[in-house]
Design a protein around this ligand. Structure first.
Ligand code: SAH
Length: 401
């Protein structure tokens, strides 16, 4: 069997192989009995149990708490161009659930969830935008471009290696770079039949937040003919859906980013909506809500989709307070019987935490809350069942009395 060992080996402490055999893809440095020798950060490594059995193959980084991320549990599977194509083909097959005449934008590769740790690829019509988050995936980059373009038939691939998380891995923050074909300044996409212009070069993350697609669709029915407040609107994802639900609906979009708010206006026009019948505000949501509360403003529907308040376990307590405060403020501008959509994209905050913050807010304000619908990610953000800790998005629709 050892004849198929292909790379430097790392050995685990006793019994540390169990979660890996269950499909988990991370090995923390504390689980290693013997780290691999003579290996560059991000280099490939074969992992053995304490009794010397092959367990998995992955890549190693001595700088990070997660020392090894697993790419395969199959001794015979080499990490080569064919491996990359198999993983990408499998990801492409899952996304065939989307009818391209209605939805031609989705996450194509969701890192661990698609068996490619450290890689995120979003599809915007005929363009792919990729982000490499780890040293190991960076080393596999030569295998990526051809496989991604050929397996999807897209016109261009843009690399957006500007995530701050790269520093932890010892990687540089890079500017956007065309890795294949050509990539225009803006891309027109369809999501559930709604049109959006995406800026893959300068937009936040890859240009558009695809993980809210199903929640945006769910919002439509609550928004018909209503006054809707979209907090942290970015380029108006929720706002456009709401405004399209009925000619009577009036939407206020609030975001701290001026370019995002400008883009939101454009999305309205693009979808045949008159932006002048709606409000677009560049503001800090917390300040805006306090002001709106003092002015006695009341909305029928409030959307709260803030950025991640906590990126680490240490920041959790502070983040829970921030969620509570935000949800209180949201409820205070919501008329009795109004609908609140509250979201959290902090990985360290669970659904129970979000519901806890929500119920504390409700208790303090003495407002009864009826839970209506709960959501996580869309189907294009699959979560490896063995790694529930990689799930990050929670969204709750409720009615606040
Ligand atoms: N709901 C959006 C995505 C929101 S992402 C969609 O469906 O596309 C989070 C947004 O919050 C970003 O656009 C960011 O600019 C904005 N933001 C971050 N902090 C903010 C603050 N304090 N006040 C207002 N907007 C903020």
């Amino acid at each position: 069997m050892s004849s198929s060992i292909l790379h430097p080996t790392a050995s685990l402490k006793p019994h540390r192989e169990e979660s890996l055999l269950g499909g988990h893809l991370w090995i923390f440095s504390g689980a290693l009995q013997q780290p691999p020798h003579w290996i560059e950060p991000g280099g490939l490594v074969d992992v053995k149990s304490s009794t010397g059995q092959f367990v998995a193959r992955g890549y190693y980084n001595p700088r990070t708490d997660i020392a090894i991320r697993i790419l395969t549990h199959d001794l015979e599977e080499a990490i080569d161009a064919e491996f990359m194509r198999r993983r990408i083909r499998s990801a492409v097959e899952l996304r065939q659930v989307f009818d391209p005449t209605r939805t031609n934008t989705y996450r194509l590769i969701h890192s661990e969830g698609d068996g490619l740790p450290g890689l995120v690829v979003d599809r915007f019509a005929e363009i792919l935008v990729a982000q490499i988050h780890t040293a190991g995936m960076q080393r596999l980059r030569p295998l990526l471009s051809d496989a991604l373009v050929e397996e999807t038939g897209v016109r261009g691939l843009l690399l957006r290696n500007d995530s701050q998380s790269r520093r932890r891995e010892g990687l540089e923050i890079e500017g956007p770079e065309v890795a294949a074909g050509d990539v225009s300044a803006q891309v027109l996409v369809r999501e559930n039949g709604v049109q959006f212009l995406v800026d893959p070069w300068q937009g936040q993350k890859t240009g558009f937040f695809l993980d809210q697609r199903d929640k945006r669709e769910a919002l439509r029915k609550y928004a018909r003919g209503k006054r809707v407040l979209d907090c942290f609107s970015y380029t108006g994802g929720f706002s456009v859906y709401a405004a399209l639900s009925s000619g009577e609906t009036r939407v206020t979009s609030v975001d701290i980013s001026a370019p995002a708010i400008e883009a939101a206006r454009q999305q309205f026009a693009l979808n045949g909506l008159d932006p002048d019948r709606h409000q677009f505000l560049i503001a800090n949501v917390f300040d805006y809500l306090e002001q709106a509360r003092s002015n006695g403003e009341q909305f029928d529907v409030v959307v709260l989709d803030p950025p991640a308040f906590a990126k680490t376990q240490i920041a959790r307590t502070q983040a829970l307070k921030a969620y509570r405060r935000l949800n209180m403020l949201g409820m205070q501008v919501l008329r009795p019987g109004g609908i609140l959509l509250t979201c959290s994209c902090s990985g360290v905050i669970g659904m129970d935490d979000l519901l806890g913050a929500l119920s504390q807010a409700a208790q303090r304000l003495q407002r009864p809350v009826q839970l209506l619908e709960t959501y996580t990610h869309g189907v294009d953000h699959p979560i490896n069942l063995a790694m529930p800790e990689t799930a990050y998005l929670k969204a709750v629709f409720c009615r606040v009395g």
